[in-house]
Design a protein around this ligand. Structure first.
Ligand code: C5P
Length: 232
């Protein structure tokens, strides 16, 4: 079985609900993402416990601070044994280089968030970033690449160009994924899992289509199979 490209977003407000899902899933079926809400409630011991059950964990805390603080935070996060963690590319070159340097000797993947998809053209202009959001994403992704990041979080639409310009080993992690038969929820620009892989995504962050499915295991298996066909 090829390794799963699915990262399930554990967007829960408490540990009990998270374990309810985790105990149904298997580390071979998917990886797991812990974000700010669950981490703030459940903390580092929860993350360590997840890691010890064999899951690859993406700690999605999007660090953004002065270089030294981010470097130390990355070191602490990598020390929990997580598979992947992230910083904001908007923290700039010095911050990303410090983060890279801090976890150079670990196997934890370090990726950068380019632009938050919640920011539109007007929001960006207001904070001093005029221009097309897509161009800013490209610029930040190239900066992240230059700083030795292992990849970026981006939309599946942005993945096409980034894959062409940054090559195959740069990791593209894409949220906003909806199976063809799923509700879009609050996601505006959605892509099917197959299309995201075709566009060049390495990993797909999927929340509600799996966490709220009647049978999350079956849903995960189906999505893995859909992706595996494209890889064969
Ligand atoms: O439930 P859903 O599949 O929409 O969850 C997507 C996950 O990806 C959530 O954890 C959300 O915070 C995250 N995400 C996103 N869009 C981004 C970055 C992260 O939806 N641009």
């Amino acid at each position: 079985m090829p390794e799963s490209r699915i990262i399930v977003a554990l967007d829960y407000s408490n540990e009990t609900d998270a374990w309810h899902l985790i105990n149904k899933l298997e580390p071979q079926l998917c990886r797991l993402k812990v974000g700010k809400e669950l981490f703030t409630i459940a903390g580092p011991r929860f993350v360590e416990k997840l890691v010890s059950t064999g899951y690859d964990v993406f700690l999605d805390l999007k660090f953004h601070d002065i270089p030294n603080t981010v470097a130390q935070a990355c070191k602490a996060a990598a020390g929990l044994g997580v598979w992947m963690l992230n910083v904001h590319a908007l923290g700039g070159r010095k911050m990303m280089l410090a983060a890279r340097d801090a976890i150079q000797t670990t196997s934890t993947k370090l990726i950068a968030v380019t632009l938050l998809t919640s920011l539109d053209k007007e929001d960006l202009a207001e904070i001093g970033l005029p221009g097309q959001p897509a161009d800013i994403v490209q610029r930040l992704a190239h900066l992240a690449y230059d700083c030795g990041m292992d990849g970026v979080v981006c939309s599946a639409q942005e993945a096409i160009q980034l894959r062409q310009t940054l090559g195959h080993s740069f990791c593209l992690v894409t949220p906003g994924i909806r199976p063809a038969d799923a509700h879009s929820g609050d996601q505006k620009r959605i892509t099917t899992p197959a299309q995201a892989i075709i566009n060049g995504a390495h990993y797909l962050v999927i929340g509600r289509p799996i966490t709220q499915a009647q049978d999350p295991v079956l849903t995960c298996e189906r999505l893995n199979a859909e992706i595996a066909i494209l890889q064969s």
